[in-house]
Design a protein around this ligand. Structure first.
Ligand SMILES: [Zn+2]
Length: 297
């Protein structure tokens, strides 16, 4: 009698363990499928890969467009690159991390017109702004402050940033220097063109150009500067120019700062760019202070 009871108790016990384990397992399974793991396609257009180790073998059935949301089921490391295993109606395919973005948004503030309050957006390799963000107060730059040979280029900045860059360039001119702008506002689609071009040239490990949504140029408050001393080019040689020396001493007076200094490469995740400057707004000291406090965390 007691033996039978024991068997009954043990059977009941084992069954409940089994049911509990099965529930846990299926819950996890559902979690993996329903977690809503989304990535966004960052090139102008492209296709998925069959397999990470046949990375030249693109799948003709899967055509992807810029900004398209794609669900992935897992990440795999292969040859120093993370690959996303994705699913669509057409089945499974792989995408290298250079093709997609997980979109973690920066903690910025918006004003009543839907524009980002100047100096509040943190943009780096991890944090971005929405792809469709475009300031409503963009104004065209005068040819006078454009780099020689680039007068044809349509350049725009947010009105307040334009005023400050213009003032800075004029003051430098008084000191006999010829600082000018080579690139200003860029929308995410234009950034995608630059990014796609860099990958086509240098391969899927390319990481020197910012992904769309991760460029300060999309804020409309950043400029690439150059001068006659470097033949109006974007070059690292700019750091040896008198123009650069003047900027190092004076740009802060206008709320304008170098974004990617040589010593901060590890923090920003981008390489040293002596030409890339951003306007941080009128109370820039508070913003810069909180920016580095966040970065140090
Ligand atoms: Zn730049």
């Amino acid at each position: 009698m007691t033996k039978k009871l024991n068997i009954l108790i043990i059977t009941f016990f084992l069954t409940s363990i089994f049911i509990h384990a099965y529930n846990l397992y299926s819950e996890n399974l559902n979690k993996n499928i329903n977690m809503g793991n989304l990535v966004y396609f960052m090139l102008l257009e492209g296709r998925g890969f069959k397999n990470p180790d046949f990375n030249s073998d693109q799948l003709p059935g899967v055509k992807l467009e810029f900004g398209e949301a794609i669900k992935y089921i897992k990440k795999e490391r292969y040859e120093k690159l993370t690959w996303y295993k994705c699913i669509t109606g057409n089945g499974e395919f792989y995408l290298p991390e250079t093709f997609v973005d997980e979109k973690r948004f920066s903690d910025y503030q918006l004003d009543l017109n839907g524009n980002i309050v100047i100096g509040t957006a943190e943009i780096d390799r991890v944090y971005s702004i929405p792809l469709d963000y475009m300031p409503t107060d963009l104004v065209s730059l005068n040819n006078k402050i454009k780099a020689k040979g680039y007068e044809w280029r349509k350049m725009r900045l947010r009105a307040e940033a334009k005023t400050m860059f213009e003032r800075m360039i004029q003051d430098a001119e008084v000191s006999g220097l010829n600082i000018s702008i080579i690139s200003s506002f860029r929308d995410s689609k234009y950034q995608s063109m630059l990014y796609t071009r860099a990958i086509n040239r240098h391969g899927i490990n390319e990481n020197s150009v910012a992904k769309p949504g991760h460029s300060e140029h999309q804020l409309g408050t950043a400029c690439d500067l150059t001068s006659d001393e470097v033949g109006y080019a974007l070059s690292k040689g700019f750091e040896k120019s008198l123009a650069y020396e003047w900027l190092t001493k004076n740009s802060w007076r206008y709320g304008i700062f170098l974004t990617y200094p040589r010593l901060k490469q590890r923090i920003t995740g981008y390489t040293y760019e002596p030409w890339h400057y951003r306007y941080w707004g009128k109370d820039h000291w508070n913003k810069i202070f909180s920016k580095y406090r966040i970065m140090l965390k």
